[in-house]
Ligand binder design. Sequence first.
Ligand SMILES: [Zn+2]
Length: 349
Amino acid sequence: MELVFDGHNDVLLRLWRTMKAGGDPVAEFMNGTTEGHIDAPRARKGGLAGGFCAIYIPSGELILKEPDESGHYVTPLSDPLPLGPSLEVALEKAAIALRLERAGGWRLCRSTADVRAAMDEGVFAAVLHMEGCEALDADLDNLEVFYAAGLRSLGPVWSRHNIFGHGVPFAYPMSPDTGPGLTDAGFELVRACNRLGILIDLAHITEKGFWDVANTTDQPLVASHSNVHALTPVARNLTDRQLDAIKESGGLVGLNYAVTMLRPDGRDNVETPLSDMVRHTDYLVERLGIDHVALGSDFDGASIPEEISDAAGNQNLVAALRDAGYADEDLRKICRENWLRIMASAWHE
Ligand SMILES: [Zn+2]
């Protein structure tokens, strides 16, 4: 079994919904459930040893627009969200993460030494990520508090606009060049992340925002859960120019398991073969090199191929990559070592 440290999941969103419905999120994670994709038993079974766990503020249920006769669709961007209610949700999700840590359900990791130790002990290694910074104020006071609570990664925007920048819609086919990039507050956020040692994630940002970050940050460029635009031309995927910039910076792309970002037709259909995942991985490895490709499942955040189904099926992808010719050393890099190197760099270790 090849242990995986994964670049993106939304398990905190599912656990938060459980809590809002009156359930016990800590017990759900530790004892397991049939809901969604990740819990401790299924993660153990699938070798999912840890990953970035997103604090994401939902804009209600995301429903993709139906494709027209030619298979094209444009899902309108969600409306911007106000700070107060967003902060409340973010604190509730951070509280679930902290309670899970106290209960021994997972380890909240603040360094790569923490991640390696948790993985060695067989405890899920969670790193707190913020996917869209609606819960942060322009003066970044909240950022200080979330950092102290364990936040070590953030994407300035999700697929909507906020005070820091602009996100891309869920649309097929569409270029990621859909509008403006970072605001002045967004540039300040990037500089603050550089200072504090918080990894900056470029998933969901417009192409203009991508270049704004690239021209400002001192970190390697990272897209935690994005795929190849040349193979699946959704606005969320990365163009060859973006991939080349990521390579040049020494950064990384995490392969997203979302079927809409893997299938040539961009459809939300879980009958998506593992060969589509291998094809995106091959393209990324050819364009970036083996040291710059990793995994970013989007477990609990997207429809994923039925051959994986949930965290317990994670090794099915590893097996498909092995069958496609990836050696043990390559798989070690893709599955965890590349992420560990990038985290160490962004976190000033
Ligand atoms: Zn996402």
